[in-house]
Structure formats: structure tokens, C-alpha cells
Design a protein around this ligand. Structure first.
Ligand SMILES: NC(=O)c1ccc[n+]([C@@H]2O[C@H](COP(=O)([O-])OP(=O)(O)OC[C@H]3O[C@@H](n4cnc5c(N)ncnc54)[C@H](O)[C@@H]3O)[C@@H](O)[C@H]2O)c1
Ligand SMILES: [Zn+2]
Length: 315
């Protein structure tokens, strides 16, 4: 990735700023360094920041582009599966503070997003599977056809067959672009893209972003949401099982045994920024390939399913 960045910088005659891998780069400290580097490189209002890397680079560089000189241009070159199918599109940028992930940020639409699925060949297996969780999310929440392609082609998917990858990335980008263009600032419909993320984010927070990749956490979060949907009668019978089969075929976890205590997880979820007026709203499946947002769920149902996910009590 650094080589690719270097090549792009050389060819454009641009300054290069390399950030260390990892979530800790999404910090005020790194942002300040980046803005200062941009100032020293002489960026002007019509200059462009090119973000080459995974979601961490995209969020950090995108936020810099949003605020430097009150906004310069942005081009995304996502290099992880997660960034190609999700974070590079949609215009959300930001950094973390000790109080929580992505708490400081801005909406900043890129002028262009260049995606080459061939770049995914070098991705570590765990990072690759992390991206697959988001692909499975689009399948469950938005596109039953994508579910079929993924289940039938799970071998090709896991082997990173380039035609399969190209088709998947195209499909996911189209879904995300369509949903986001209808609701850029997430007043409502865009939140279906948060399917699996209520519990998933809490799991990431409770485990201090160490034990699970984002995708692993989302995978368990999707199981929690599907189960809550089934219990509350929103999700038809059989859908949860189909989702479990897909996640398993993609080597993603269904539960997170012992990851945290149920009470702690409930508390963290209560602080979720999607909680409105003190009540947590859930994105649930109405069917395979169709999700809806804003569901209020009885606390007992949530507690029961969270305990199941953590395997802290019999379900
Ligand atoms: N803005 C959004 O809408 C949005 C959406 C989802 C996630 N995110 C954010 O994205 C971040 C996660 O992004 P990520 O999963 O891409 O992780 P990441 O950016 O941390 O990248 C994962 C690892 O893969 C390496 N890498 C990147 N490309 C590679 C390649 N082609 N070959 C080999 N190694 C490569 C990176 O150096 C890093 O070590 C989180 O901070 C999350 O909050 C943002
Ligand atoms: Zn996600």
C-alpha cells in the first residue's frame, strides 16, 4: 500500500504522508500532523487529497480534506475490501477520541473513488474476511440476489476469484451509493446500512478494539439483530438460519463467547449514538434482502439475545 501511495504521489508530483497501520492513527494528533504537512506542502483550496489505503486512511485523510482550508478536494483509492465496499463511498469521515470511536468527524463526499479489486490479493485473511462481513450485510439488508451469489459462490469468494470480487465490489458500491444518495446525512433510510452495527459497535468498544475486527463484530451483531427480529416477529422464520449459513460459509463468527458481560454490553449499547431520547432503535430484517430501521425492542428480548451471543446464559 505504501508503494502504491508512493507511485501515485510520484506520478502526480504530490507530497506523501505515510501513517502507521492501525486504528490509533485516527487521532487528533495524527490529524494535526497531516494538516501541518498539508500546509507545508502548500495545499490550496483547489488542491486534492488522495487517500490511498484502508478505512483508517480514508477516514483520517477524508476528515483532513474536509477541514483543511475549510475543505479541499478528495479522491479515494481504497485498498481493503471493507474500504472498497463501504467506507470509501458515502462521505463519512472522522477520527476517534478516548470517549469513543468516530465521535469527531464530518461529511465529505469524494470527487472520485478509484477501485481496483486486484489490490485485495495481498490483504491478510482476517482483514479480507472482515470486509466480507459488510458484503454479507448488504446481502441480508438490501439484496437477496447478492445473498444467492455469495452463497452459491462462497468457494470463489474465499479464493478471491477476481471476477467474483469485481462483481461483488460493484454490487456493494451500487447499493451503498443508492442508499446514501437518498439520505446523505443519515436522517433515516441510510441507517439500514447500520444493520448488525448496534451490537457490533458495542462489542468492539467493550473489547477495546482488540479481540475482534470490525467485520467479526458486525457478523455477531447481524446474528443478534436477526435473532431479535425473529423473537419480535419482525423477521420471518428461516431468515436467521439462512444468514447463519452464509456467515459460516464465509468463516465469520456467529457468537462471541465470553467477550464481555451481558450487563456491560447493554450499558455500552445504551450509549450508542443511534440511541434517541434514551431509547435504542434497531435495524431489523423484514425479509432476506430487506431491512427497516427505527424498531423499538423490549429490553428483555435484547437482554436474552445478547446473553445468547456472549454465551453467558442458556438461550
Ligand atoms: N467512513 C465510513 O463510512 C466507514 C465505514 C466503515 C468503516 N470505517 C472505518 O474504517 C476503519 C477500518 O478500515 P479497514 O477495515 O479498511 O482497516 P484498516 O484501514 O486498518 O486496514 C487494515 C490493515 O490492512 C492493511 N492494508 C490495507 N490495504 C492492504 C492491501 N491491499 N494489502 C495488504 N494490506 C493492506 C493496512 O495497512 C492495515 O494494517 C475503521 O476505523 C472504521 O471506523 C469507516
Ligand atoms: Zn461497518
Amino acid at each position: 500500500v505504501e508503494l502504491l501511495g508512493r507511485r501515485i504521489a510520484d506520478e502526480c508530483g504530490a507530497a506523501l504522508f505515510v501513517v502507521p497501520a492501525g486504528e490509533t492513527s485516527k487521532s487528533f494528533e495524527r490529524l494535526e500532523q497531516l494538516c501541518r504537512a498539508a500546509a507545508r506542502a502548500g495545499l490550496e483550496r483547489d488542491s486534492v487529497v488522495v487517500a490511498v489505503g484502508g478505512g483508517v486512511v480514508g477516514d483520517l485523510a477524508g476528515f483532513c480534506a474536509a477541514i483543511f482550508l475549510r475543505g479541499v478536494g478528495l479522491i479515494n483509492v481504497p485498498t481493503t475490501l471493507l474500504a472498497q465496499v463501504d467506507s470509501a463511498i458515502g462521505g463519512k469521515t472522522g477520527i476517534n477520541i478516548p470517549e469513543g470511536k468516530n465521535l469527531v468527524g464530518a461529511f465529505k463526499q469524494p470527487e472520485a473513488v478509484y477501485i481496483d479489486p486486484e489490490l485485495l490479493a495481498t490483504l491478510p485473511d482476517r482483514e479480507y474476511r472482515s470486509g466480507l462481513a459488510e458484503v454479507a450485510k448488504y446481502a441480508m439488508a438490501n439484496d437477496a440476489g447478492l445473498y444467492e451469489s455469495l452463497s452459491r459462490g462462497s468457494e470463489a469468494v474465499r479464493a478471491r476469484d477476481i471476477d467474483m470480487l469485481t462483481a461483488l465490489v460493484e454490487r456493494c458500491c451500487a447499493i451503498k451509493a443508492e442508499v446514501v444518495s437518498g439520505d446523505e446525512t443519515e436522517e433515516g433510510p441510510r441507517s439500514v446500512l447500520n444493520y448488525g452495527h448496534t451490537f457490533g459497535h458495542a462489542l468492539e468498544t467493550a473489547s477495546a478494539y482488540q479481540a475482534f475486527t470490525h467485520g467479526e463484530a458486525i457478523s455477531v451483531g447481524m446474528m443478534v439483530a436477526a435473532r431479535i427480529g425473529t423473537i419480535t416477529g419482525v423477521t420471518p422464520a428461516g431468515v436467521e438460519e439462512k444468514q447463519a449459513a452464509l456467515l459460516q460459509a464465509l468463516a465469520l463468527p456467529l457468537q462471541a463467547p465470553g467477550a464481555s458481560a451481558t450487563e456491560r454490553m447493554l450499558e455500552v449499547m445504551g450509549r450508542d449514538k443511534k440511541a434517541r431520547g434514551g431509547e435504542l432503535r434497531w435495524v431489523l430484517l423484514e425479509d432476506l434482502g430487506s431491512a427497516s430501521h427505527g424498531h423499538l425492542v423490549p429490553p428483555e428480548a435484547v437482554e436474552k439475545v445478547v446473553a445468547w451471543a456472549l454465551q453467558t446464559a442458556p438461550s
